[in-house]
Unconditional design. Structure first.
Length: 221
């Protein structure tokens, strides 16, 4: 679907719709094989929705070489519990473990996240992500459906309108297991060298690249 007017209408129609209805629209519009979902596995919300409402869609975790071991273990726990169609995708085999994150975090993210993502999206028509407007001020305008001009793909954000309370309530209602690091103050999880627990009053992503003039890894720019 590359008709921008049609996408704009879909975004307007789906704004305020349930995540189930948004995922249903995506599957009806593109088919499961043409869709892919990327998930960070910071919590189980998005992958549970996928398992419930779009179980045939592939879910991808981008393994940067520097994910917390707890994140990888949590992903495997959720794979088994919800029978996820999960694929773990790493950087190009030529990319070594190094200290690039210390010297040039943007270049590190480009090698370990952005380039692998673009390989994943290359043959897909629709990309499902867990972006939420409540994540940070930079994401406050996140649409439900949009055209990603950089990658020529329709992007679907089924929980864009969810608040933190909505996420917590969904987790309670469905008995979702928490990420092991949530109780230690990690509100947004990325790579261990560039992530710290958040302090009281900080937004959820304040612990990412703390002290740097960087707020995004590049996946959603």
């Amino acid at each position: 679907m590359t008709d921008l007017l049609e996408l704009s209408r879909a975004n307007a129609d789906l704004d305020g719709a349930t995540a189930a209805d948004i995922l249903g629209w995506a599957v009806d519009s593109f088919g499961e094989e043409a869709l892919v979902c990327t998930a960070s596995f910071g919590d189980a919300t998005l992958v549970h929705l996928m398992a419930t409402h779009a179980p045939g869609v592939e879910i991808v975790l981008l393994d940067t070489q520097y994910l917390f071991e707890e994140t990888l273990a949590y992903a495997e726990e959720l794979r088994a519990r919800y029978d996820l169609r999960l694929t773990i995708v790493g950087p190009d085999p030529s990319v070594p473990r190094d200290d690039l994150w210390q010297r040039d975090p943007d270049a590190c993210c480009a090698l370990r996240k952005v380039q692998p993502l673009e390989r994943v999206l290359a043959d897909r028509a629709g990309w499902i992500s867990g972006l939420r407007r409540a994540d940070s001020p930079n994401r406050a305008g996140t649409p439900t459906v949009s055209w990603d001009l950089r990658r020529s793909i329709t992007k679907i954000n089924p929980i864009a309108a969810w608040s933190d309370d909505d996420v917590a309530d969904y987790g309670r209602r469905h008995g979702l297991p928490e990420h092991p690091l949530t109780s230690q103050g990690y509100a947004s999880l990325g790579c261990w060298p560039c992530t710290r627990p958040v302090l009281p009053g900080e937004d959820a992503r304040a612990g990412r690249w703390a002290g740097l003039d960087k707020t995004e890894c590049g996946l959603h720019l």
